[in-house]
Design a protein around this ligand. Structure first.
Ligand code: ADP
Length: 543
């Protein structure tokens, strides 16, 4: 090869390397251009979604709280009305108490305690039954209320009649079980100080007193409920509701000022604004997530394809360097030996013969190499045609073995052949077969630094006519065994790299075998050798 051509290969190599690094940069830029804005958008979107939700919740709760506040206020006012009746200065407190209980079904028992004498008078509703224990229980409760009563008295003296829940009052027998109780300080007509203890039927009070107001406020838009929370296990028990209270849906709750553990709750009917926002957010998030996955898959595919393209570019660049090396060596040998012969400096016939042999062998190598490249070019251009005829596998194998006998000997290796005892007919293009088997024998010699045995054998197995080339060479690692049949692929280890090659041979073999409806298989162990088998389908009359 002329020197300038070889120099051109070098230039080509540099150009390829430049293309490789340029492509890597382009891929990176594409990925950044697509991915970065998308990721920024996704983060901003997710943040604004949660802010939307928070704001919607705040607006919703404010709205609900207004309704609850007015209801609470109403409950307080109604209680205050009872107290006002009791404190009516027109009559003594005992009469007021009797009148109040008589005209109010919600009150089950009203206790009036004269503060200085500690005398209690009990006014029972007609619907409650008197129990002897009640008196004792109430008296015991009063004994622990000194500080509360003092506080309430101080308030009253300051002009503020505070109504307070009667905390700690035990369950009074004889009355309905749902008992609510509150206490307040009242002046009698003659300005003596009394404490009033109202024990009322919670269910009745809520339904008759608050119920109508709740219905009015709900306006069929909201669901208002009065619930009690069990302090022991937080279980919610609905006392009254303008519809069906559903504790699993969003609701706002306000504790009732006058009763402990009792809450007013409000829910929207149908889907709430917050729920709508949440639903919309969920759809948006799902869409965002889906788009992100699509973009990631897209980016991954672009990246994979680009990497594949880079790999092929790399392999091609290796190929150019390998071919230039492969061609240069035999060419310079031929040139050197021919020049020596032309100069007529050699006297001994034996030496001349030796030189002719080298020229012959090296030109044979060149032919083999060029044939491989041409075959490859033909396959690439889809211009391969095979003329298949019925041939004897034993005969083809033996012929090629004979051709290689000399090369094997020269390479210092031992050749062996074992043929199937009967002839095996296959349908094959004999030249293609030769090309395939030559590649296998050539590799068995090349990747065999220990110069061991190369064994060629033919046999029939599992309906296939087989031809195997076994060597005791460097072997191939399992992870590389499928890759070696790819175009331009050469194993990346020191031993292979020391050996000349183009990475085309086995891809040609694979193509040829596919065209013959057969296959090429490999069994190999690193350091122990390899065994490549060409498998042809048996002709119908041999099966
Ligand atoms: P090459 O021109 O590199 O020999 P091939 O396609 O014939 O190309 O082989 C591909 C690769 O497979 C080789 O580079 C080598 O690493 C590995 N290989 C092929 N045959 C053998 C063998 N008999 N022993 C060990 N390695 C082999």
């Amino acid at each position: 090869m002329p020197r300038h051509r070889i120099a051109n290969f070098g230039l080509l190599l540099h150009a390829e390397a430049a293309i490789v690094s340029k492509s890597a940069r382009t891929i990176l830029i594409i990925l950044l251009v697509i991915l970065v804005p998308f990721l920024i958008y996704a983060v901003v979107q997710i943040r604004s979604l949660s802010q939307d939700e928070k704001m919607a919740k705040a607006i919703y709760e404010k709205q609900m709280e207004t309704v609850l506040f007015s209801l609470n206020q109403y409950a307080d006012d109604r209680m205050q009305q009872w107290v006002n009746k009791l404190a009516d200065k027109a009559h003594p407190i005992a009469q007021n108490a009797n009148d109040l209980v008589l005209g109010n079904e919600a009150i089950q028992l009203l206790v009036i305690r004269h503060l200085s004498s500690r005398q209690d008078s009990l006014c029972y509703s007609d619907y409650a039954s008197r129990d002897l224990d009640a008196m004792g229980l109430i008296d015991r409760w009063y004994q622990q209320q000194d500080s509360t009563l003092n506080k309430l008295t101080n308030y009253l003296k300051a002009g503020f009649q505070k109504i307070q829940p009667a905390i700690g009052l035990p369950h009074i027998p004889g009355l309905n079980p749902a008992q609510g109780a509150m206490t307040v300080m009242v002046y009698d007509k003659d300005s003596t100080l009394h404490n009033a203890l109202f024990i009322f039927d919670m269910n009745y009070w809520v339904a008759s007193v608050l119920g109508a107001k709740m219905q009015e406020l709900s306006q069929n838009e909201y669901l208002l409920s009065m619930v009690q929370k069990d302090p022991a296990d937080d279980r919610i028990n609905s006392l009254f509701s303008t519809g069906d209270f559903d504790p699993d849906r969003d609701y706002a709750a306000h504790s009732l000022w006058i009763l402990p553990n009792t809450y007013l709750t409000i829910q929207t009917k149908g889907t709430s604004y917050a729920e709508l926002i949440r639903k919309r957010n969920r759809t948006n998030l799902a869409f965002l997530f889906f788009s992100l996955i699509t973009v990631l898959i897209g980016a991954f595919l672009i990246f994979r394809n680009a990497r594949k393209a880079l790999k092929i570019a790399q392999l091609k660049s290796d190929f150019v360097s390998n071919v230039s090396h492969e061609i240069r060596t035999p060419l310079s040998l031929i040139r050197m030996y021919a020049e020596t012969l032309l100069l007529g400096r050699l006297n001994s016939e034996e030496k001349k013969q030796n030189y002719y042999e080298v020229i012959h062998r090296e030109s044979g190598r060149l032919t083999y190499l060029v044939n491989n490249i041409l075959d490859f070019a033909r396959i690439e251009a889809n211009r391969t045609t095979y003329h298949k005829t019925e041939v004897d596998l034993n005969k083809l194998a033996q012929n090629l073995y004979d051709t290689y006998a000399h090369t094997l000997k020269e390479a210092g290796m031992i050749g062996m052949i074992t043929l199937h005892q009967e002839s095996i007919t296959i349908l094959a293009d004999d030249q293609a077969f030769e090309a395939a088997l030559s590649n296998l024998i050539d590799n068995a010699i090349k990747y065999n630094p220990a110069k061991g045995v190369v064994h060629l054998s033919t046999y029939v197995q599992d309906g296939f006519a087989c031809c195997t080339v076994t060597d005791k060479g460097i072997g191939i690692r399992p992870e590389n065994q499928s890759k070696i049949f790819e175009q331009f692929y050469r194993v990346e280890d020191a031993l292979t790299q020391k050996t000349k090659g183009t990475g085309l041979g086995l891809s040609l073999v694979k193509h040829i075998m596919e065209e013959h409806h057969g296959e090429v298989t490999v069994k190999s162990k690193p350091g122990q050798g390899s065994s490549f088998t060409l498998k042809f389908p048996l002709t119908t009359n041999q099966k």
